[in-house]
Write a protein that binds this ligand. Structure first.
Ligand SMILES: Nc1ncnc2c1ncn2[C@@H]1O[C@H](COP(=O)(O)OP(=O)(O)OP(=O)(O)O)[C@@H](O)[C@H]1O
Ligand SMILES: [Mg+2]
Length: 460
């Protein structure tokens, strides 16, 4: 590095190498404001040739409009370091910092000004702030939707079985233990899984509900685990986050888990054990923290015995097993559920419907193969099709009415069977004892009753 003497007699290092090496703009002036050095980029930034500037006073250059204003002039006046934002002639945003260098006599000997183009950074900052705003909006929206969903999730459960189930859920919700809900279709497995989530400490996280039977087998892996870009034909070129990853911080419900192909069960087992996933086509392990709930309307234990479901996976899932009985096994819930759904419809459509007691009786006696899903449909349909406010029995669907007549026929058959049995007894007794008094005594009935029955069955 060479030293040269400047106009004020100060030895100034020859900074050419440094000036050439850096991309940001540097400008050095002496204590009078005479420009000593500018970096090669000066012309691009200020639109003025280097030679027109070096050796001249920043005060003059400010008057000529080259600097608007000159930060060096300001430093010389204020005698302190200054930072300010400017726009250059191509309207780019730059941040300029100018620092005075004092000599032993306390006078400013040099001013070093350093400027940096922050247009991109400001742009990024703006984009970042816009994104942050958007995320805030979405978070707020999601919170509201969650609150709304939580309010809608009212569980009706008056029967001893449901009271028991709800109590179990209350007890286990906060532990992260895996829960397996078993029970026929429409009994409320998905709904109860949501209740577990809402009662757990994860309620602020997401609840991701995946129906393993609804996603085609060849897509299931990439849907569940996500994929890296270009990992298979048809994979988008951006890659995709898997549903399991979306459950991070929340609860993952794998519904109809019995339908998960064996080939994927091993990968799932690893995910459950290690709480990490690897995207399809990827090698990186991604940590995911979720509470696992599974549901099935098939007998998983039996499937595990048959070999269509991995035993080790079954044991992992089956930490807390909750069996939900079908509606016909908990008849105490039928009327409260009918009331609940009728009320819900009335509110939704501004109606005042109620079921006639005969209709209610038929509904209580119905076998409900579709369970609560069927019940809510029937209530809604009857409410919508009934003209008056009281829904009569004959407005109920055929399948309900058919079971009623079948029920009556069964009762008739029973009466017939009882009669046949009674007839046999009376005939035998009459043959043996020959009088209504003796028959009455032998069968433990009164003489007049014995007499009537002998007339009926023996014809005497
Ligand atoms: N105890 C309950 N109280 C109120 N509504 C209920 C109750 N149980 C279920 N439901 C409602 O009944 C419908 C069916 O329930 P859900 O979807 O949870 O059943 P599921 O057992 O998951 O059925 P599937 O086996 O078909 O997945 C839902 O609309 C749910 O909100
Ligand atoms: Mg379900």
């Amino acid at each position: 590095m060479k030293y040269e003497q400047n106009s004020t007699g100060i030895l100034v290092e020859n900074f050419d190498a440094i000036f050439d090496a850096i991309h940001d703009d540097l400008l050095i002036s002496d204590g009078e404001g005479i420009v000593l050095r500018v970096s090669p980029t000066f012309e691009d930034v200020y639109g003025v040739e280097k030679d027109r500037v070096v050796g001249r006073s920043v005060f003059e250059l400010e008057t000529e409009g080259v600097f608007k204003p000159s930060i060096i002039a300001k430093v010389l006046q204020r005698r302190e370091k200054i930072t300010m934002q400017q726009r250059n002639r191509t309207n780019r945003r730059i941040v300029v910092t100018a620092t005075p260098v004092f000599g032993d006599d306390g006078e400013i000997k040099l001013v070093v000004s350093y400027s940096r183009d922050i247009t991109e950074m400001v742009e990024l900052q703006n984009q970042y702030m816009q994104l942050e705003n958007k995320i805030e909006q979405y978070t707020e929206e999601i919170n509201q939707l969650r609150q709304k969903a939580a309010l809608e999730n009212v569980v009706i459960g008056k029967s001893p079985q449901m009271v028991n189930i709800l109590e179990t859920i209350r007890r286990v919700a906060d532990f992260d233990a895996n829960i397996l809900f078993l029970g026929p279709s429409g009994v409320g497995k998905t709904m109860l899984a949501k209740i577990v989530h809402q009662q757990s400490k994860r309620k602020k996280g997401s609840f991701i509900d995946i129906n393993c039977a609804a996603i085609p087998e060849h897509l299931l892996e990439s849907e569940l685990f996500g994929y890296e870009k270009g990992s298979f034909t048809g994979a988008g070129n951006k890659g995709k986050v898997g549903l399991i990853e979306l459950a991070n911080g929340g609860t993952l419900l794998l519904d109809e888990i019995s339908e998960m192909p064996l080939s994927l069960q091993a990968k799932l087992l690893k995910t459950i054990q290690d709480k990490v996933i690897t995207r399809v086509g990827g090698t990186k392990e991604i940590k995911v923290d979720f509470r696992l709930i599974t549901a099935s309307n098939r007998d998983l234990e039996e499937a595990a015995g048959r070999g269509t479901f991995r035993k080790d996976l079954y044991y992992r899932l089956n930490v807390i097993q909750i069996q939900i009985p079908s509606l016909r096994e908990r008849k105490d819930d039928i009327i409260p559920l009918i009331d609940f759904f009728t009320e819900k419809n009335n509110r939704k459509y501004g109606l005042h419907k109620e079921f006639h007691s005969r209709a209610l009786e038929a509904l209580v006696n119905y076998s409900w193969p579709g369970n609560i899903r069927e019940l809510s449909n029937i209530v809604e349909r009857a409410s919508m099709t009934c003209e008056g406010d009281v829904i009569p029995k004959d407005l109920l669907p055929q399948e309900v009415l058919r079971e009623q007549t079948k029920g009556v026929r069964e009762v008739n058959n029973l009466n017939k069977a009882v009669e046949e049995f009674e007839g046999d007894l009376i005939r035998q007794a009459y043959k043996k004892y020959g009088s209504s008094i003796e028959v009455g005594k032998a069968l433990g009935i009164s003489q007049p009753t014995a007499y009537r029955k002998i007339q009926k069955y023996v014809g005497k």
